[in-house]
Design a protein around this ligand. Structure first.
Ligand SMILES: NC(=O)c1ccc[n+]([C@@H]2O[C@H](COP(=O)([O-])OP(=O)(O)OC[C@H]3O[C@@H](n4cnc5c(N)ncnc54)[C@H](O)[C@@H]3O)[C@@H](O)[C@H]2O)c1
Ligand SMILES: [Zn+2]
Length: 367
């Protein structure tokens, strides 16, 4: 087991210090009760989705109850549709009915949907109660459970309503990844590759060497990949918690393209990580066209994604640049008439590049 500490100062002085630990390793769900007990938790409520309620969340519940802590479970349907005002409202009402108060800790067991929803409900109920993130998808372990971004979707867009609400702790049990469907697991690997490209050439090399072990979900490989990714995410969050300095923007590598593909395809056709893999491949090609990186790095980037069973080209129906460029121009990262991208200038380093001509982007999208 490894422990990372996310250092975050209190907003109203040292007494309100918001630092927390990320524990990563095997069998941690069964030790959850002890962790909560040692943290002084006396009462909790678990939020889980239908995909994990009877498995990982039930084990979490058994562990917490065995530690003498109350742990009723509230379930939401699996899937992005649960990140809704209706789900939040139902959970708020349940909390009120159960007389949840500020001494009650929320425990979110599941993927990014559950983490974002439960985090948002915890951030807002009684003006904020503690939440523990217990991520069970690769995306959640390396990304969404860390950093305090919580929220729900509106008809008008994803994540439009939310709050920054840092967890009291993050417990990433890599054994839970064994039951993830292949496509969900592989999709999560795209965000892992992202950390290598944007921050860490050595980690990128490690991924190249260990691609097969990762695909086979060998615990030692998983533990290293999750730990290193979580450490990089935690580091960004410490230095740019609210996305003000631009550092946290590096995490959007590949994402301007990805959002355009997701939107054009219709949500749910491409998994987010699949869109990110294609988006990163496009970003690398664009960086090459702009003379920022050599073609050999584009080839290495493509080869790693391919060896992890991730796509590097969009489906045939998404090769027409017009609609994609229109969507990207609406993206909040665009500035009047030109486009803005996070692009590498070498392995392990990216910059925010403004003023990219839409024509050039179109050429890259066409392939
Ligand atoms: N807050 C952030 O910083 C942040 C960052 C990235 C993504 N997100 C959000 O995360 C969400 C996506 O999260 P996700 O990819 O984890 O998807 P998800 O939460 O929808 O989980 C995917 C599916 O896997 C199932 N599942 C979860 N764990 C399982 C396990 N161990 N075994 C078997 N099945 C399991 C779930 O029931 C669900 O059906 C999106 O809403 C996205 O906006 C948030
Ligand atoms: Zn992402």
């Amino acid at each position: 087991m490894t422990t990372l500490r996310v250092h975050l100062p209190g907003e109203t002085g040292p007494a309100a210090d918001r630092s927390y630990e990320i524990q990563c390793g095997r069998g941690l769900i069964d030790a959850l009760g002890r962790v909560l007990h040692d943290a002084g938790v006396r009462r909790s409520v678990i939020i889980a989705d239908g995909g994990v309620a009877s498995t990982h969340a039930a084990r979490a519940q058994a562990s917490i109850v065995a530690a003498g802590i109350d742990a009723p479970m509230l379930e939401v349907p699996a899937g992005e549709a649960s990140k809704s005002l209706a789900s939040a409202g139902r959970l708020w009402d349940e909390f009120a009915r159960m007389a949840v108060d500020r001494s009650t800790h929320v425990v979110a067991v599941g993927g990014g949907v559950v983490g974002d929803l439960a985090g948002f409900v915890a951030a807002t109920f009684a003006r904020g109660i503690p939440v523990w993130q217990v991520p069970t998808t690769l995306v959640a372990q390396v990304d969404s459970a860390i950093g305090g971004k919580t929220g729900i979707n509106l008809a008008g867009g994803k994540n439009l309503v939310g709050a920054f609400w840092q967890p009291a702790g993050v417990i990433a049990d890599i054994d839970t990844l064994a039951s993830l469907p292949d496509r969900e697991f592989t999709s999560g690997l795209a965000e892992v590759v992202k950390y290598g490209v944007i921050f860490d050439p050595e980690f990128f090399g490690w991924l190249e060497t260990n691609a097969l072990a990762l695909l086979a979900r060998e615990p030692a490989a998983l533990a290293h990949a999750v730990h290193r990714s979580a450490a990089m995410k935690a580091d960004v969050v410490e230095r740019d918690e609210r996305e003000r300095s631009g550092l946290r923007a590096a995490l959007n590598y590949g994402h301007t393209f990805a959002h355009a593909y997701e939107t054009a395809a219709g949500y749910g056709v491409l998994l987010h990580g699949e869109a990110v893999a294609i988006g990163m491949a496009m970003a690398a090609r664009l960086a090459c066209r702009l003379g920022r990186i050599p073609a050999s790095l584009v080839a290495r980037h493509d080869a790693l994604l391919t060896s992890l069973n991730l796509p590097v080209n969009p489906p045939a129906s998404l090769r027409e640049p017009g609609p994609l460029v229109t969507i990207m121009a609406r993206d909040k990262k665009a500035v009047a008439g030109t486009l803005r991208f996070v692009l590498p200038d070498r392995l392990g380093h990216v910059e925010l590049v403004d003023g990219v001509p839409p024509q050039l982007v179109g050429d890259v999208l066409r392939g």
